[in-house]
Design a protein around this ligand. Structure first.
Ligand code: CP
Length: 310
């Protein structure tokens, strides 16, 4: 794997390898890279979790971080995303982490840039590292994917998280259902839609989505006051969940809109566990990309040691 930009074409064995690698990171079975590596985290959209968990993952792996802030960068003088990426490649970045509001940005750059590119979310396209942390969280719970019933619920049409998860979970043998208000259905996704009340009674995983208001046009507007009772996870609905079922949400959470605020940290919620897992899975992605290029930190059997930079 040269880049990590989409979950769509990954095989089951590749997905399972990344999940197992995440588990090794989780057990602190890693040592930082011995070779000096530089990360460029290029975020052209707001982010807390993804950006900061990449920073933590990179530091744990002994990687130096090139400071980039869009608002003080030459993109403000009109430099294109391609020229920005090419600049980082030229000055010695070892890989790029890119979040961008336009679909396919990371994919298009991956065709032209030689260093690894990790897609940290592109428009309504994909969010593969979010998906991997979701998969890892599900795997921790159920130890398997085949036959699991997973409902992806909410703003399907504008969600890159829904797309990546639907593809990957199907690849791994899960039964994926979508649930949302009619206006937010995405006809390009070949999955069945079910009613939320049916989903909560029958699914092992209820994966809620953030409502992506920043991507809404007039047609997508919704009533915030009545949304929760009509389409969100209320306490009444949660009472009908299977006893072993879990709640996921990529966050940030609109408390009281997609989900009752009291459910965010309830027993069946894994929302903060997902964030914790985000560090391990991003470490796994970075490690995997460099393993593919023959750069590795060596034995997994050694415990974490201080950074060794040549
Ligand atoms: N889930 C997620 O991508 O969160 P951030 O936008 O805070 O990175």
């Amino acid at each position: 794997m040269e880049h990590f930009v989409s979950m769509k074409d990954l095989r089951p064995d590749e997905l399972m390898h990344l999940i197992k690698l995440s588990n090794k990171m989780d057990k602190n079975s890693y040592t930082p890279f011995k070779k000096q590596l530089f990360a460029a985290n290029l975020f052209f959209e707001p982010s807390t979790r993804t950006k900061m968990s990449f920073v933590v993952a990179e530091r744990k792996l002994g990687i130096e971080i090139l400071d980039f802030h869009q608002e003080s960068s030459s993109t403000k003088k009109g430099e294109s995303i391609y020229d920005t990426a090419k600049t980082f490649e030229s000055i010695g970045a070892s890989f790029l982490v890119i979040r961008h509001p336009l679909n396919n940005t990371a994919q298009q750059l991956a065709d032209k840039i030689k260093i690894p590119i990790i897609n940290a979310g592109d428009g309504t396209g994909e969010h593969p590292t979010q998906c991997l942390l979701d998969l890892y969280t599900i795997y921790q719970e159920f130890n398997a994917f085949r036959g699991l019933n997973v409902a992806i619920v909410g703003d399907i049409k504008h969600s890159r998280v829904a797309r990546s998860n639907a593809y990957a979970l199907r690849t791994l043998g899960a039964n994926v259902f979508l649930s949302c208000k009619k206006e937010w259905q995405d006809t390009s996704l070949d999955f069945s839609y079910i009613d939320l009340d049916e989903a909560v009674k029958s699914c092992d995983v209820i994966m809620l989505l953030r409502i992506q208001e920043e991507r809404h046009v007039q047609h997508d507007r919704f009533n915030k006051t009545s949304y929760l009772s009509q389409y969100g996870l209320t306490k009444e609905r949660a009472n009908h969940m299977l006893s072993h079922a879990i709640i996921l949400h990529p966050a940030p959470v609109n408390r009281g809109v997609e989900i009752d605020s009291d459910l965010v940290e309830c027993k069946q919620s894994r929302i903060f566990k997902q964030m914790e897992n985000g560090v391990k899975t991003r470490m796994a992605v970075i490690e995997h990309l460099f393993q593919s290029r023959g750069i590795s930190y060596g034995s997994y059997h050694q415990k974490c040691q201080p950074s060794i930079v040549q």
